[in-house]
Design a protein around this ligand. Structure first.
Ligand SMILES: NC(=O)c1ccc[n+]([C@@H]2O[C@H](COP(=O)([O-])OP(=O)(O)OC[C@H]3O[C@@H](n4cnc5c(N)ncnc54)[C@H](O)[C@@H]3O)[C@@H](O)[C@H]2O)c1
Ligand SMILES: O=P(O)(O)OC[C@H](O)CO
Length: 338
């Protein structure tokens, strides 16, 4: 179901936590649609710059922000306290450091995560971490899934977000605040499947980049991506077996955008590794965070509990974490494809 118009939805106070590209993109949409948006980021200079010039100097700097409607602060308590709905857009590696500092009681808030990664230390997707570590009721947790590159939101190119929550009322309410001329909203109740799909597609985008960097062509990429989709389906079915259409845009759509887009951080990381950069050099050169690198290391811990074959994720692990030669690993992987 696509929702392009919402009526009679109660105004909620919305906060965005994070200062990177996707946080900036969401704030752009929200501040165009709503009178007051609350935005937390760590960087004081960036805050000053945004207040003065209406642009984030470090990420998505071409996006114009309606500062009249934005309350910015580097005080996470101030921003969380002000909000009914909190959107998390902090890379998973840094989430705990930020959110565990807040003294605000989060259990009454509605929390949506746009993070596509696994929380280190606890080896959980964000929804599970919010529920079992921070004690947020499952009904108050939601997922913002793609396919949606922040860069295209900044360019106001028509994009779709899938909002997933068990209490679907929350997804409808946030959808009302996010829906606009260039942003359409789809609603789902699959909070586990959409989140795991978002984590896995990053690993497969790294694989696509590695193959591209090694010189494999479109024919091979198509086979890689279709095998990746089957691997994703197997894994999600094992972890949370409900009826879902894996060809939906939050699953296959997000895999396609990240595996093929020029904007993809994860594909870019893979391409550099395929071309011969060390992982460390590639990560240093990219100013952005490729979540798939961390997920490749952490998904193995989650996978142990399930009997699922994941040859592509294993191959990426061998290349990124064991330093195995990419050309050899991919050649072996290619023999497993059908
Ligand atoms: N970029 C997109 O198009 C997009 C789309 C959907 C979801 N996401 C998700 O949003 C989350 C944020 O990604 P992004 O692409 O907006 O980030 P980004 O790569 O644009 O920016 C990196 C962010 O990480 C922060 N950061 C870097 N080092 C840090 C540290 N040591 N401690 C705390 N914070 C640090 C930076 O301040 C910045 O906010 C990720 O989970 C990503 O998967 C991104
Ligand atoms: O394509 P990436 O690797 O930049 O990831 C960004 C988003 O997850 C796309 O939906």
């Amino acid at each position: 179901m696509v929702l392009s118009d919402f009526y009679n939805v109660e105004n909620k106070r919305i906060a965005v936590l994070g200062g990177g590209s996707m946080a900036t993109a969401l704030v752009k949409v929200l501040s165009e649609n709503n009178d007051q948006i609350y935005w937390w980021m760590r960087n004081k200079e960036a805050i000053e710059h945004i207040r003065k010039f209406g642009h984030n100097p470090r990420y998505l700097s071409n996006a114009e922000l309606n500062t009249e409607n934005i309350t910015l602060s580097d005080d996470i308590d101030e921003i969380c306290a002000a909000a009914d709905i909190i959107i998390l857009v902090i890379p998973s590696a840094f989430l705990r450091d930020a959110i565990e500092k807040t003294t605000v009681d989060l259990s009454e808030k509605i929390i949506f995560s746009s993070i596509k990664g696994i929380v280190p230390g606890v080896n959980m997707i964000v929804g599970e971490y919010l529920n079992s570590v921070l004690g947020i009721p499952l009904d108050n947790i939601g997922v913002i899934a793609g396919p949606c590159h922040a860069e295209e939101v900044a360019l106001e190119r028509l994009s779709y977000l899938t909002l997933a929550s068990i209490d679907m009322e929350h997804a409808y309410v946030l959808g009302a605040h996010l829906s606009c001329r260039y942003m359409r909203i789809q609603i789902s109740d699959d909070i586990y499947g959409t989140e795991y799909a978002a984590v896995l597609k990053n690993i497969y985008a790294i694989a696509a980049g590695i193959c591209h960097g090694l010189g494999y062509g479109d024919n091979f990429q198509a086979v890689l991506v279709s095998n990746a989709l089957r691997e994703m389906k197997r894994f999600i079915k094992a972890v949370h077996p409900i009826k879902r259409d894996i060809a939906g845009s939050a699953y296959m759509g997000d895999l396609l955008v990240t595996a093929y887009s020029q904007f993809s951080r994860n594909r870019t990381l893979g391409t550099m590794v395929g071309k011969g950069y060390s992982v460390q050099a590639a990560m240093l050169e990219m100013r952005m965070v490729a979540e798939g690198y961390y997920a490749t290391g952490l998904i193995r811990n989650i996978k142990k509990a399930y009997d699922v074959k994941m040859p592509i994720a294993n191959a990426v692990y061998k290349i990124l974490y064991e330093g195995k030669p990419a050309a050899k690993v991919i050649e072996r992987l290619s023999r497993k494809f059908s």
